[in-house]
Design a binder for this molecule. Structure first.
Ligand code: HEC
Length: 252
């Protein structure tokens, strides 16, 4: 790249060593952010792994009713006695489902017994009705998986304001620094320009997405794509900076 840009490779040994350390500190910080994201947010949706539902849980909240409760509320199956339906619905809307599921004190009125007596004839693998077979209630795990209703509150506005105030300012400054250093490398304007766009637009999409997702949960995908773009753009720019600091120049 032509003057007035200073050339990173032409800096003194001490400057290059210092900049190299800063690059590694930044890469370490990015790795820690990803670890934090995983450890802190991945259980939001009460299911393992970091998924889009975790992001929805943090920024939008999740409400989903247990499929069993939905079925019982719509009067399915017609053969179920009213007081047994009420018992099952009371269980499904209560706490600690797995513990109360096979409560021996309830005898043949425990949720486990009621489901075995009233549902299993249709909802088992050997059932002749393929639509009923699609909803297996044979093992305790089958039942419990379809029993959980989720009502996950999003982070409060105050927390998102605080998080925006910290992240928007610091990450933008990180972006400015990395982009300016990358502009002082030997690599082509096209490459640096594309990575700069990825980094900047990614960050705007990520943080903008936090606020949009509060209103519309589909924007959780924007947060994930934006965060990935910003992280990828930044890491690649840092790698180019490191390369330029230490690779020998082709011509004087
Ligand atoms: C006579 C057979 C039969 C019995 C008994 C029966 N089901 Fe079903 N169930 C079906 C069929 C067929 C479907 C799929 C078509 C439909 O949705 O009605 C179904 C669908 C469902 C679904 C899918 C979601 C929904 O609302 O459609 C759930 C959940 C369900 N049943 C739960 C239960 C539970 C809990 C019981 C016992 C309390 C039970 N079923 C008893 C036949 C049965």
């Amino acid at each position: 790249m032509s003057p007035p840009f200073p050339q990173l490779r032409a800096l003194s040994f001490g400057s290059r060593l210092g900049l190299t350390s800063l690059c590694f500190v930044l890469l370490g910080g990015i790795a820690a952010s990803l670890a934090h994201l995983y450890l802190h947010d991945h259980k939001r949706d009460e299911r393992p792994g970091l998924t889009v539902d975790d992001v929805k849980g943090v920024y939008h909240g999740i409400r989903s009713k247990s499929p069993l409760l939905v079925a019982l509320e719509r009067g399915h199956p017609e053969t179920l006695k009213t007081d047994d339906r009420d018992r099952l619905m009371k269980w499904l809307t209560g706490k600690d489902l797995s513990r109360t599921y096979d409560d021996i004190d309830l005898g043949d009125k425990s949720p486990q017994a009621l489901i075995a007596d009233n549902c299993l004839s249709c909802h088992k693998k050997s059932s002749t009705d393929p639509a009923a077979r699609a909803v297996l209630l044979e093992s305790d795990d089958d039942v419990l998986r379809q029993s959980i209703s989720r009502d996950i509150s999003p982070n409060s506005t105050a927390i998102v304001v605080a998080s925006t105030h910290v992240h928007a300012t610091t990450l933008a400054i990180v972006g400015f620094a990395v982009v300016m250093l990358a502009a002082c490398t030997r690599f082509g304007r096209g490459l640096i320009g594309s990575l700069t766009a990825l980094c900047g637009i990614g960050l705007a999409a990520d943080i903008g997405g936090w606020w949009l997702t509060r209103h519309q949960e589909q924007f959780a995908y924007l947060i994930m794509a934006g965060g990935a773009a910003f992280t990828l753009g930044t890491v690649l720019l840092v790698l180019l900076i490191l390369a330029d600091l230490w690779l020998p120049r082709r011509s004087g």
